[in-house]
Design a protein around this ligand. Structure first.
Ligand SMILES: [Zn+2]
Length: 370
């Protein structure tokens, strides 16, 4: 079985799926990061509020552990050779590479655009080196929505990227804010995947100990963002958006009954949406970074195996170990595992498969609790 990563405008390349993974289909990791040092260098002397918060709201031991991690991940974040070696070790055929979640939303618009262009050009360059192993997800200067829309078009139409990574708020502004509607409209029109990835919680004052800024703060910010997108009517206005949530969707995916109860019980919870909140929640996609089989099986049963995608969080210490083995160990059918490991990502990211590939064309099994 062969998969091709290449759209019509990119170099062609085919890939023989790795037999050792236990499946004949290609394995696609949709959550793996790349660093672009040129963008970091451009802003290193400026006052980054995110960097300041990370330094302030952290136990001294957290600062030390994170400092060491920053050193160890620099090579895997920047070296293509190290990345390929790690992919081969883990049985990953294709990475959908996205920027390290360091957003430049705090910069002036022109500088934000310059950072985004540097990062997106770097991602496109990496993809071009091995078009059979990588597809790209870009970044946008969302602090200036008009510039973001233009950069999104450039990413997709000129660079051949398959979507973009965005934060869970834009400098503290919720994604349901009216100013972002042109971005959502363009993302829907271009039919590209939006990979929503948090960068800590906006109010970290109570999260300084035990690395809570990440282990609680990241899923919490995703939860707040998802709630705004649902209750704020974004999914109502743009029903064809394809938004994939990092870290299994945070806490939103686990406690959605409270959304629907409030929607029925209180008029202030249904001002902007027509249907039950969970009907919108089921439109999202979720990665597999949940660490326990019961949570993965829960996501699959509630949201459908066609809405779950393999993700690792390469190359950080919060990454999912043995990602392919983790999915294969879940109580799911072989067809479901095949879809989660790569079939769903191939569809969302438009990784082309040759004609006559009946198994790959077959829709993923949907086993969703009503
Ligand atoms: Zn990540």
């Amino acid at each position: 079985m062969f998969y091709s990563c290449s759209p019509a405008h990119a170099a062609s390349g085919t890939l023989r799926a790795r037999a050792r993974t236990g499946t004949r289909s290609a394995i696609v990791d949709i959550h793996c990061h790349v660093m672009t040092p040129e963008a970091a260098a451009l802003t290193k002397d400026l006052d980054d509020p995110g960097r300041a918060a990370t330094a302030t709201f952290a136990h001294p031991l957290t600062r030390e552990v994170s400092r060491k991690q920053d050193e160890t991940v620099r090579v895997p974040l920047t070296s293509i050779e190290a990345r390929l070696k790690s992919m081969d070790k883990d049985g990953i055929d294709i990475q959908a590479i996205s920027p390290a979640p360091v957003y430049y939303y705090w910069t002036e618009p022109e500088l934000g655009r310059e950072c985004a262009r540097l990062i997106n050009d770097n991602i496109a360059r990496i993809v071009a080196t091995h078009p059979d192993r990588f597809v790209g997800l870009g970044t946008l200067p969302l602090q200036a929505p008009a510039l973001a829309v233009a950069e999104l078009e450039r990413c997709v139409k000129e660079l051949g990227l398959r979507g973009v990574e965005i934060g869970t708020n834009i400098g503290g502004v919720e994604l349901a804010d009216e100013r972002f509607r042109p971005f959502w409209a363009k993302a829907q029109e271009l039919d590209v995947m939006i990979f929503m990835h948090p960068a800590g919680f906006t109010q970290p004052q109570r999260l300084a100990d035990h690395y809570f800024t990440n282990i609680i703060g990241n899923p919490l910010d995703t939860t707040v963002a998802v709630s705004h997108l649902i209750f704020g009517g974004v999914l109502d206005a743009y029903p064809k958006l394809k938004i994939c949530l990092a870290h299994g969707g945070g806490y939103a995916a686990a406690y959605s009954g409270r959304f629907d109860h409030a929607h029925g019980a209180r008029s202030d919870c249904r001002r902007l949406i027509k249907k039950k909140p969970t009907s919108y929640l089921k439109k999202f996609y979720f990665d597999t970074i949940v660490f326990t089989h019961h949570q993965l099986e829960y996501l699959a049963s509630v949201y459908g195996t066609d809405h779950i995608l393999l993700g690792t969080d390469y190359p950080y210490d919060m990454a999912l170990p043995n990602p392919v083995g983790f999915v294969n160990g879940a109580k799911l059918t072989r067809a479901d595992k095949t879809a989660i490991l790569g079939g769903n990502a191939a569809k969302l990211l438009k990784i082309k498969m040759p004609p006559g590939n009946a198994r790959a064309k077959k829709p993923a099994t949907r086993s969703r609790k009503k």
